[in-house]
Design a protein. Sequence first.
Length: 226
Amino acid sequence: MDILVPYLSAFLVGLLGGVHCVGMCGGIVGALTFGLAEERRDRLGSMMPYQLAYNLGRITSYSIAGAIMGALGLLIVQFMPVYYAQRALLAVAGLFMVLMGLYLAGWWMLLGHLERAGGAVWRRMEPLGRRLLPVRTPVQALGVGLIWGWIPCGLVYSMLVTAVASGSALKGAGLMLAFALGTLPNLLVIGAMAGAAARLSRSGMFRQLAGGTVILFGLYTLWQAI
């Protein structure tokens, strides 16, 4: 059961982080949805394959990034005694999770600086996604999703630090997969109920509850590092 705890935590962080996903990715989902032919937009059944393809691409990119960061963690462990390396990486992951909670709740926006720093990478990748627009087939939607997965996002960056702490490419990919699956329900709902989702994202009480819960996850991770 203890083996599953990190993945369950990552899933719940993705689910609770939906308030951020609505604000960060809601515009993207809306733009992609309205970029489809009108007859596809009018029927949820016709639109769903495209929504699933977008998100499959995004989830794949998150998992690849998690594998890369997990491999980096494994490399770090090679240069330090395993016990101390694991504790140090857990402490860093816990700290970033606390910062993530503060960011979600709107109490301290330090992770916003990380998003701006990632803009340099995104500027190189964004033109690739633009070439796939307008989307006409689910295969194109999958390609757009693969690019979308690299949009600068403080929430994703924080989870990538947790993937480093896993010390394994496979575990890092698994953590980011669990996190991405947690974000999936919110982003699918945005496509079907954009107005309601946006109102929920602006609810201060909901944001603070989600942020506070993520902070508790971070404090638990820090406690494990002691």
